[in-house]
Design a protein around this ligand. Structure first.
Ligand code: FUB
Ligand code: ZN
Length: 628
């Protein structure tokens, strides 16, 4: 069933200005500063299993839960981000830091393969007793993703060896054989990591374990009940109240609504899509399609954010998408990129790439500051100026997630099918693939996302026939294409212009994706956006920062007839395209709190900047949905 595979990040060179700049920031600032933060907040020390056991660095929640329980995952994610960066530029200092972590993990690992620094340090007698809450498998999953990335980047397999011993242990403890626990993690993640390990090593045991975890999820009797009873815990004590929180309320194939914790959901669906491809499993593919449709038609922010509520860090009801309290966790949008990439491997449908692009360029990228060392956890769509990026957090999950996404962004650019190369994302990237007729170099150049003029140079070692599929984004109303200067009709097949021909060295496709500044109106059931309008240009959703306006945001409106223009501002925030319009401001000077006359209004120029770059010029009120 798998029709396409991604071309791994290490085989893709980023050449375009936009991502090169982001990548450079991640390499030179984000990754080193994150290591320093992991050291500063004792995360790296915890790997040494210090004795006597130190007090907690961060206060536990009221119910006693400490986010330190998943510190191992932060270490795993940092290794992963750092490993993705290495093919761009080897860095002996970073490599030594990774090796030092591996030394600690090697020493911490128990003879039976168990490794989890929280449990080994603080409650060794309780291991594997609370999968529902305590992230043991989640931690291992992130460490495994780090191990796979490091293996792929450097060929070094010591961390992979530690992980292999750990997962051999896991495979003994969990499963359907007599004496095994029929458990799975309350926070899905390990499943997708195991599939990466299967791809990297070819060892089927990883795939088998991933399959077991996904298939067992939500089975009756419910494992979290069994485990809770074994702990002697009262049934009513579960803070989240429902297993929807962990998407274990039903077997995965019976799930039709996207519910619960958003990051958990997206990681689970990623693994489901992966497994659908691995096993040619139609029922899993269908479940993914139903869930995809549900979330993208009823529960997604215009910025590609997911999960409006802080209470469960997740989903609530259809169309419940508040702006000023939006949670829209950075991790959830990173995970959307992962899921969309897997869906694209099942089916070359531009809808998946459109939403991958939306989540990537907007909600996910907003999580990282321009300087590269401060972060948004929650991504509000409206702020009174009190919402800022922070430099660390008791729960720093988003920091390393956005870092690993940016460092591996090249891995989402291309897809490889049977005698077919697909270009999913534009922005300047090149790769060499081997098709049935030999090697082909594909180089895409553009000033995307600022400009839609795209050039794809195709250089096969020798002339050969294959299909080049170029994504035609749904936001583009009038695409045009030329080959060798001759016009080519753009008939997009499910979002891709598929060109099958004999390609020769020197062939160039020019694709023109005109980017208009345009309005987006909300579904009428989204109460928070009623009477409002958002702005978009190409893949970027825009917002207004108050400092750029002639009037406070709450006084501004953008009438339906006002023309939208755009301009490139090289002087602003490193060079961005802004959207300009003639708005109207309420200029009522009267002191009366209420009045019988309508407000006096006057023209007010409006300037919108890309959402991802907001809050890079100091605290500032911001608004995505403007009153009409
Ligand atoms: O629980 C681990 C991570 O911490 C989740 O994915 C995030 O939502 C945050 O709660
Ligand atoms: Zn997060």
């Amino acid at each position: 069933m798998r029709r396409y595979s991604s071309i791994p990040f290490a085989k893709v060179r980023i050449t375009g200005a936009f991502w090169s700049e982001r990548l450079e920031t991640v390499l030179s600032t984000t990754i080193p500063s994150q290591h320093a933060q992991l050291a500063k907040y004792n995360v790296l020390d915890s790997l040494k299993l210090p004795k006597p056991v130190p007090p907690l660095t961060f206060q536990p929640h009221a119910d006693g839960f400490s986010t330190q329980i998943f510190w191992d995952s932060d270490v795993g994610k940092w290794i992963e981000a750092a490993a993705y960066a290495l093919p761009h530029r080897r860095d002996p200092r970073i490599e030594a830091q990774i090796e030092a972590i591996i030394d600690d993990l090697e020493k911490a690992q128990e003879p039976d393969g168990y490794v989890n620094c929280w449990y080994l340090e603080r409650e060794p007698q309780n291991r594997w007793t609370n999968l529902r809450d305590n992230h043991e498998l989640y931690n291992l999953g992130h460490l495994l993703e780090g191990a796979v990335a490091y293996l792929r980047a450097t060929g070094r397999d010591r961390l992979m060896g530690i992980m292999e011993r750990a997962f051999d242990h896991v495979a003994q403890v969990f499963g359907r054989n007599p004496g095994q626990k029929r458990g799975y993690c309350g926070h899905p993640e390990v499943e997708l990591a195991l599939i990466k390990a299967w791809h990297a090593t070819g060892q089927r045991k990883y795939l088998n374990l991933a399959t077991y975890f996904v298939d067992e999820r939500g089975a009756s009797p419910h494992y979290f009940d069994i485990e809770r009873d074994a702990r002697g815990e009262a049934p009513g004590k579960y803070g989240q109240g429902t297993y929807e929180y962990s998407q274990s309320h039903l077997p995965v194939r019976d799930q039709t609504k996207v519910v619960g914790h958003a990051v958990r959901a997206m990681y689970l669906y990623t693994a489901m899509a992966d497994l659908a491809a691995e096993h040619s499993d139609d029922s899993l593919k269908r479940a993914c399609e139903v869930l995809w449709r549900d979330v993208t038609t009823t529960r997604m922010y215009v910025t590609g954010g997911f999960g409006p509520s802080a209470r469960n860090e997740g989903f609530t009801q259809d169309y419940d998408l508040p702006n000023d309290t939006a949670y829209a966790e950075t991790c959830a949008s990173c995970a959307m990129v992962f899921w969309a990439a897997r869906m694209l491997n099942l089916d070359l449908d531009g809808h998946y790439a459109d939403l991958m692009e939306l989540a990537l360029y907007n909600n996910a990228l907003a999580g990282l500051s321009r300087e590269g060392d401060t972060y948004f956890y929650d991504n509000k769509l409206e702020s009174d100026g009190s919402h800022h990026r922070w430099d660390w957090h008791p729960c720093p999950c988003c920091t390393m997630n956005v870092a690993r996404l940016v460092a591996s962004v090249g891995g989402y650019a291309f897809g490889l099918g049977e005698n077919e190369v697909a270009v999913h994302l534009y922005g300047g990237a090149e790769t060499t693939v081997t098709l049935s007729g030999g090697a082909v170099h594909i180089a895409e150049t553009s000033a995307y996302p600022w400009d839609g003029a795209i050039r794809v140079a195709v250089t096969p070692d020798q002339p050969q026939t294959f299909t080049l599929s170029l994504r035609i984004p749904a936001w583009c109303a009038h695409p045009a294409a030329r080959i060798g200067g001759a016009a080519l009709p753009v008939i997009a097949e499910r979002g891709y212009l598929r060109i099958t021909r004999e390609w020769q060295a020197g062939d160039v496709v020019e694709l023109d994706l005109p980017m208009q500044a345009e309005r987006l109106w909300p579904h009428p059931e989204i109460k928070a956006d009623a009477g409002r309008v958002a702005l978009r240009r190409g893949p970027l959703v825009y917002c207004l920062e108050e400092r750029d306006q002639a009037a406070p945001l709450h006084r501004l409106r953008l009438p339906r007839h006002a023309a939208l223009t755009n301009a490139f501002r090289p002087d602003l925030l490193g060079g961005i395209a802004v959207i300009l319009a003639e708005g109207i401001a309420n200029r009522e000077p009267s002191q009366a709190l209420y009045r019988t006359a309508p407000p006096a209004e006057a023209p007010a120029p409006i300037m919108a900047v890309p959402y991802y770059i907001w809050c890079n010029r100091g605290p500032n009120p911001m608004l995505v949905w403007l009153r009409e």
